[in-house]
Ligand binder design. Structure first.
Ligand SMILES: *Cc1c(COP(=O)(O)O)cnc(C)c1O
Length: 359
């Protein structure tokens, strides 16, 4: 008989948990995990290959443990006067968040997020042995500064997650909310800016709040705007003391030489890598407008996806789209679904299929 999890001497606090499991089905139009569906430009791919070839010649050696060149690249890309001492990176921002939780959460401690938000926060938290507390949002998924501060005050968490803009709803987060939450907390405040590049250009990033706030962390990823999800590269900016804390928990040489080389090459081509962002934003806005015209209720989005309400039977609609070769996401919100903005033809395929289901 097959061995079951219950047969193993598994940690008690992991019993009954379910792993992250967005479907990875092979379909013509996959718009379910907010990837950038545009391929890496040919010229950039060539440069990345050169970087990989170079790194391969020294692959017998351990990589630069401090991934210095890559951190310099991120500091330059982020701007705001940041230096490499304020930068950390890991294999996806999920690992960056894991490092933060390993250093600042763990057994007996608490992490907090305002639900609905990124589904990985509770999973990552519990895997470090900490407990997770879910706060609440306004009906339109925004956060009010004084209400958010009050929730933090009563929960008194060691780590706060602020997803800005928020996944799965797309909701922007005002900087005054971040300031209020920071003031109300004694713990680390992590602003997850995974989708920041899709926000309006003139909007300020939480990076502008870093000076004088040593418990504030701003995390980013190359998985979304940079079209680099398969490479697994995430990073953060914070006080150099925070970086010292993360060195205590990372595995030695956690960034492979190949990852460092590929990410550094991609960063040198940041403008080309990000050239699809404007197109994705215009597809996102077209999707929202068309959803409204079809009678759905799209939520305001500053991301590369649209969360929409007004779906009578989300499971049936999801299945109907899937049967037409289009994969989107049922994020578990009542009468709602979430779709990633793809290329123009992918977005059209989604909208046409949805309209045909509605007919
Ligand atoms: C996609 C996403 C990430 C990125 O994860 P990676 O591990 O960098 O691929 C982080 N936070 C949120 C909210 C996301 O939606």
């Amino acid at each position: 008989m097959a061995v079951r999890l219950d047969d193993l001497p598994l940690r008690d606090d992991l019993r009954g948990l379910t792993p992250y499991g967005a479907p990875q089905a092979t379909v013509p139009v996959a718009l379910n995990v907010n990837e950038n569906t545009h391929p890496v430009p040919e010229a950039v791919a060539d440069d990345i290959l050169d970087g990989l070839a170079h790194a391969l010649r020294e692959i017998n050696r351990y990589p630069d443990r401090e991934f210095t060149v890559l951190r310099e690249g991120f500091a330059e890309y982020l701007g705001h006067g940041l230096t490499r001492e304020q930068i950390w990176a890991a294999n996806g921002s999920n690992e960056v968040l894991q490092h933060l939780l390993q250093a600042f959460a763990g057994p007996g401690r608490t992490a907090f997020g305002f639900a609905p938000t990124y589904s990985m926060y509770p999973l990552l938290t519990r895997a470090t042995g900490a407990s997770y507390v879910a706060g609440t949002r306004e009906a339109d998924f925004t956060l009010d500064a004084s209400d958010a501060a009050q929730q933090i005050d009563s929960a008194d968490p060691d780590v706060v997650f602020l997803c800005a803009p928020n996944n799965p709803t797309g909701t922007p987060l005002r900087l005054d909310v971040i300031e209020a939450v920071y003031e109300a907390s004694r713990g680390m405040v992590i602003v997850d800016e995974a989708y920041q590049e899709f926000a309006p250009r003139d909007e300020r990033s939480a990076l502008t709040l870093l000076p004088g706030r040593e418990r504030l962390v701003v995390s980013r990823t190359m998985s979304k705007a940079f079209a680099f999800a398969g490479a697994r590269v995430g990073y953060l900016a914070a006080d150099p003391a925070v970086i010292d804390a993360l060195r205590l928990v990372r595995l030695p040489y956690h960034m492979s030489a190949l990852t460092q080389a590929a990410a550094s090459a991609a960063l040198r081509h940041a403008p080309a890598m990000l050239s699809m962002v404007d197109d994705i934003v215009s597809q996102r806005d077209r999707i929202s407008a068309t959803l409204s015209a079809l009678g759905y209720e799209p939520h305001v989005s500053w991301t590369n996806f649209v969360c929409f309400g007004g779906v009578d039977d989300p499971a049936a609609t999801w299945q109907g789209l899937y049967d037409r070769g289009i994969l989107i996401r049922d994020v578990g919100l009542p009468h709602s679904l979430r779709v990633t903005a793809g290329t123009e033809s992918e977005s059209t395929a989604f909208l046409d299929a949805l309209a045909s289901l509605r007919a």
